[in-house]
Ligand binder design. Structure first.
Ligand SMILES: Nc1nc2c(ncn2[C@@H]2O[C@H](COP(=O)(O)OP(=O)(O)OP(=O)(O)O)[C@@H](O)[C@H]2O)c(=O)[nH]1
Length: 237
């Protein structure tokens, strides 16, 4: 390091005071002058030290505020990456993760549902009205489910409900309750809306694709049989 000494002036004042103190018989005016210089130097030193400490406190505060907002931003990004912007529910990638994790631990029922003739709704009332139907449909699904049940939008007008450890018949009853909640009353701005449901029960160790394909095949059956109904997939061997 180069030789700049932050306390050069104070060192000099201190050295003079020490020398003055060592000399006998010095007059009091000279003592006072050296003492005055020492007081001035140390006053300045303390002022500088306080300023530096305040500055570093402020920097520390700013740094921790910056850290907190970075953390918040990371959480928001993570939330965005895992949720559907229109409904606020899980998106497809998040559903796949969730189902895969649950299936490693135990059995799971999976409900897949799809709005019936949604293209007609869009064609008749317009895309924004179609979007409003999706939002209202999710509200009705939620009204039929306990708050902690996880639900995702896996396609434009296709949703899944993830029911870990639930038996097929109970999952089927829940699907029926959701179906009824949708069909119960017309949707504002779009009239009657129905949805078809497929439900699969999957043993621990199976994977998302398998669980989804079986529920989707049951959903296809529900569509073929006339829509607005729930079909259960055969229990996996
Ligand atoms: N408004 C809106 N429409 C969407 C969105 N995503 C997909 N769609 C529309 O959903 C419609 C799906 O149509 P289809 O796959 O033919 O199915 P469907 O008309 O619902 O008929 P079925 O499923 O056989 O009962 C298409 O018209 C898509 O444009 C969305 O986010 N908003």
């Amino acid at each position: 390091m180069s030789g700049f000494d932050l306390f050069q002036a104070e060192e000099a004042a201190l050295a003079r005071a020490v020398a003055m103190h060592a000399r006998n018989g010095e007059d009091s005016a000279a003592y006072r002058a050296e003492l005055g210089e020492l007081i001035a130097r140390y006053t300045r030193l303390m002022r500088e030290m306080r300023r530096l400490i305040r500055h570093s406190d402020r920097q520390e505060r700013e740094l921790s505020e910056l850290n907190a907002s970075l953390r918040r931003l990371a959480e928001q990004l993570d939330h965005k990456a895992r949720h559907d912007a229109l409904t606020g529910e899980l998106n497809r990638a998040a559903v796949i993760d969730l189902v895969s994790q649950h299936l490693q631990r135990g059995p799971l029922s999976l409900v897949v549902l799809d709005i019936d003739h949604f293209k007609r709704i869009n064609d008749s009332y317009g895309h924004p009205a179609g979007d409003a139907v999706i939002v209202e449909l999710v509200r009705r699904l939620r009204s039929a489910l306990r708050a902690e049940v996880q639900l995702g939008r896996v396609g434009g007008e296709e949703f899944t409900v993830v029911l870990p450890s639930l038996d097929l018949d109970v999952a089927g009853m829940l699907a029926e309750r959701m179906r009824a909640a949708i069909a119960a009353a017309p949707f504002a701005g779009a009239g009657a809306v129905t949805a078809s449901f497929g439900v699969s029960w999957n043993s621990a160790g199976s994977d998302f694709d398998h669980a989804y394909a079986r529920a989707d095949a049951a959903l296809y059956e529900a569509k073929r049989a006339g829509r607005n109904r729930v079909v259960l997939a055969d229990v996996d061997a």
